[in-house]
Design a protein around this ligand. Structure first.
Ligand code: FES
Length: 127
């Protein structure tokens, strides 16, 4: 089980839900199942509207490291995945902060998921 905490302007307060890891469910599917309105359009890793910022909670190493090719491309095109971040992901197993909810497979780890509530709106990384 994973605790997934969602934070965004469309929510009155942060909402934590339990997700079953390993069932190939995406973060977007978890959000939809819990009526959390993360923006989305294509649901196929191509439009970038489901952009989220993921923070791994707890002391263990991050597990949800794998990015699909579509996720890499879409994040790169939108300036959210630099060559340095991609290298860290592939060489050091450190996932980048920005992800696509429709491509992110939930693993057995607790995470904070921040979303803007509006497609195309920046999420402030400095917080
Ligand atoms: S909904 Fe289009 S990239 Fe996720």
């Amino acid at each position: 089980m994973a605790n997934v905490t969602f934070s965004g302007p469309t929510l009155d307060k942060n909402i934590t839900v339990y997700a079953v890891a390993g069932d190939n469910g995406t973060l977007l599917a978890v959000a939809k199942a819990n009526n959390i309105a993360i923006p989305f359009q294509c649901q196929d890793g191509e439009c970038g509207s489901c952009l989220i910022k993921v923070t791994h909670l707890g002391q263990n190493a991050p597990k949800a490291i794998h990015l699909t090719d579509k996720e890499k491309l879409t994040l790169s095109v939108n300036g959210k995945l630099t060559k340095d971040l991609l290298a860290k992901t592939e060489v050091e197993d450190m996932p980048p902060p920005y992800r696509l909810a429709c491509q992110y497979i939930v693993r057995d780890e607790d995470i904070l998921v921040e979303f803007s509530g509006e497609a195309g709106v920046e999420i402030d990384l400095r917080r």
